[in-house]
Design a protein around this ligand. Structure first.
Ligand code: FMN
Length: 255
């Protein structure tokens, strides 16, 4: 019997079959592409570590540069002591933060991250005389979501050597300017700590003409005061007593 292609049953059947085929194709593509996405995400992180360290070369071999210059170490947070029982190849600080056995929730939470892990990975840039810089993973809430980045500090534990953000949800042209290398470059050389060793970085509309004040200041992002406040809170939190402060003090004392 010839099929009535205009009947409701036929149209509904075709629609269902088509939806199932499309859904299957999308799922297969998503699952199939996941490993590639993970590889690319890991590469982007390494690129940002190299950028923060100041040794990234455009078009260079990221894996080779990373392998030749960076040593990954695990430390306890906040003591800063080496944590040799942590596997640096598999440790995930964001995952560990949310597990009560490997992290803790934060009541006083200026960077608005909710939880912090009991350990962290630190990336050490090695020169002939040992550690030259350390590149520290940081994260904090902007206006629309969590911003993930790396802050490079000199082995003196006091001087900022670089800042990058590799993942965020801020608006292009506004808050997303946190990823602009020109703005990131203005952080280099800043001295975040005051005389009591409290991190005091400020994002301001006009940098002070007084160098003693200006060394704690960076330009706020135009039209993105809320993102800028998030960055300020993020930097000061991670450099503080509950973040990398003790680790950086120990590093400086080894000089
Ligand atoms: C569509 C839209 C997107 C925005 N995105 C951001 C953003 O990513 N970061 C931010 O701080 N402010 C953003 N803002 C602006 C904030 O709402 C707020 O006005 C701004 O942070 C104030 O900064 P200003 O004092 O420098 O003008 C956005 C506003 C709109 C309408």
């Amino acid at each position: 019997m010839p099929r009535n292609k205009e009947s409701t049953g036929f149209v509904v059947t075709v629609a269902i079959v088509l939806s199932l085929v499309c859904a299957t194709l999308v799922s297969v593509a998503a699952i199939g592409l996941k490993p590639i996405q993970e590889v690319n995400a890991a590469k982007e992180k390494k690129k940002n570590i190299l950028m923060a360290a100041g040794i990234y070369q455009d078009g260079g071999d990221i894996e080779a540069l990373f392998k030749d210059n960076i040593e990954v170490a695990a430390i306890a947070i906040p003591s800063g002591q080496p944590a040799n029982d942590i596997d640096v190849n598999t440790f995930d600080a964001v995952k560990a933060a949310k597990d009560a056995s490997t992290g803790q929730s934060l009541d006083d939470d200026p960077a608005k991250i909710g939880y912090i892990a009991n350990h962290a990975l630190v990336y050490q840039l090695k020169g002939e005389a040992g550690i030259e810089k350390v590149i520290l993973p940081i994260r904090g809430y902007g206006l629309w979501g969590t911003m993930y980045g790396f802050l490079a500090m000199n082995k003196d534990g006091q001087t900022i050597e670089g800042l990058t953000f590799y993942e965020h949800k801020e608006t292009p042209g506004l808050g997303a300017e946190i990823a602009n290398p020109s703005w990131q470059a203005t952080w280099v050389g800043k001295q975040p700590y005051d005389e009591n060793n409290i991190p005091q970085m400020r994002l301001v509309k006009a940098i002070s003409p007084n160098p003693d004040v200006a060394e704690h200041q960076v330009d706020t992002l135009a039209g993105a005061t809320l993102t800028s406040r998030g960055v300020e809170a993020t930097i000061n939190f991670w450099l503080g007593e509950r973040g990398y402060g003790p680790y950086l003090s120990q590093l400086a004392s080894q000089e």
